[in-house]
Design a protein around this ligand. Structure first.
Ligand code: SAH
Length: 270
């Protein structure tokens, strides 16, 4: 029999955007083998329901303005528990290495001599776009896709001229409170005011909402539809494909149907 390792390990695990069926097989296996689970606020209730009941699981989320524990305390906790020989599963929404501070946590752990392994997850841009019926790239429409956080270290971190002129699909994470700034910056840098945009709120969850429109009304739509976090902002011509590919399109019970025809008419006259 192999001796139990003196030091444990931290798995940094991506849980995807919300639908528990989007967890990888590896993620489920790793969760079941953990001694301790530490999860973020973006990890949906349906996914939390899959945590084995016998394994202690703690919320260590950092919802905007409501930090349950500081990053320093969290890193300290993971290092301490790993040194006790525990296997820790650090669960994050989406993919840990896309705007999730997964890289920062991994660096701290590695520098403390702790073994770290990352389980990739479906990032919200990929999951939400698929569930909304918006291909992120499409031959003849968009040859690329750029993921952007509207919350960098400084506002100057973004090259708006490049973003506006690349003719790629843009996906803004954490962009809701910065909608006016995104709209203004793209318009100032030459993007057409009629460029299609979409908000995907609570993507890949029961209450997913897709709201579409044009760049010139981006900030207005947040107010009009009372869009709430978590939400992504998509910018680019691929958004128009949702009119054909959105699975809710043919379902009259769904709330966005009326809006589609409204926005399509408005776009023609904008
Ligand atoms: N690591 C995560 C992103 C963390 S940043 C990932 O790969 O998806 C948090 C931002 O992700 C939110 O502000 C929101 O813009 C986006 N987001 C995460 N889950 C989402 C969901 N289910 N629906 C819409 N946006 C989501």
């Amino acid at each position: 029999m192999r001796a139990k390792k003196a030091t444990g390990k931290v798995w940094i695990l991506g849980a995807g955007p919300g639908d528990p069926e989007l967890l990888t097989i590896k993620a489920v296996r790793v969760l079941e083998a953990a001694d301790l689970i530490l999860f973020d606020h973006l990890v949906s209730a349906e996914i939390r329901a899959l945590f084995p009941a016998a394994i202690p699981a703690f919320y260590v989320g950092k919802k905007k303005g409501q930090h349950s524990i500081t990053q320093k305390e969290l890193n300290g906790l993971m290092i301490r528990k790993a040194r006790e020989g525990k296997t820790i599963c650090r669960v994050k929404g989406g993919d840990p290495y896309v705007f999730g501070r997964g890289g920062e946590e991994a660096l701290e752990l590695v520098q403390a001599g702790i073994e770290v392994e990352v389980v990739p997850g479906i990032t919200s841009a990929a999951g939400c776009a698929a569930y909304a019926g918006i291909p992120l790239t499409h031959r003849g429409i968009s040859q690329g896709c750029t993921f952007v956080t509207a919350h960098g270290e400084t506002e100057a971190d973004l090259n708006w001229a490049a973003l506006a002129q690349m003719r790629h699909t843009l996906v803004f994470y954490m962009g809701l409170s910065k909608a006016a700034w995104i709209q203004q910056s793209l318009l100032e840098n030459g993007m057409s005011r009629r460029t299609p945009i979409a908000f995907i709120e609570n993507g890949c969850r029961e209450n997913q909402r897709l709201i579409t429109g044009c760049l010139f009304e981006l900030a207005d739509l947040v107010e009009r539809w009372q869009i709430e976090s978590p939400a992504l902002i998509l910018v680019g011509d691929v958004v128009d494909l949702a009119a054909q590919l959105n699975p809710e399109k043919n379902n009259p019970e769904k709330r966005n149907l009326e809006f589609y025809s409204e926005f399509n008419e408005r776009r023609l006259t904008a």
